[in-house]
Design a protein around this ligand. Structure first.
Ligand code: ZN
Length: 124
């Protein structure tokens, strides 16, 4: 599954960042996913649940920021929202545009760490 690969590479970054911050746990992971990035958000959540047990991100809150897809029309200089698909038609003048300005995001945007002495630890 494509999404598991995304989580695995995210985990590599998370491990590296955690070492840099001398963190013992990761409490929160935020990813930014564009509407036309080709990523299935449910599969991504599933991948996170499947890949994190035993890792530093075990039990971390996983949050996804969805970014709407926007394209720019050169003919009338309007930015418009793309619902889906690969051919984008300007709703203003009807011209087709391949000038996508946002919606392809696939990035790790925020990480929150904790140390063993964190008072906000949950009792298990
Ligand atoms: Zn237009």
């Amino acid at each position: 599954m494509h999404e598991v690969g995304i989580i695995e590479s995210a985990l590599e970054v998370i491990r590296r960042e955690a070492r840099t911050h001398q963190a013992t746990r990761v409490t929160r992971v935020v990813m930014r996913i564009g509407a036309i990035s080709g990523v299935d958000v449910d599969a991504l959540r599933f991948g996170f649940e499947a890949c994190t047990p035993g890792s530093i991100a075990e039990g971390a809150e996983f949050e996804i920021e969805s970014i709407p897809a926007r394209a720019h029309c050169k003919d009338c200089a309007t930015d418009f929202t793309i619902e889906s698909g690969f051919i984008f038609q300007c709703p203003h003048c009807g011209a087709f545009s391949g000038d996508v300005r946002s919606g392809k995001e696939l990035e790790l945007t925020r990480l929150e760490f904790a140390t063993d002495t964190s008072p906000s630890d949950h009792v298990r």
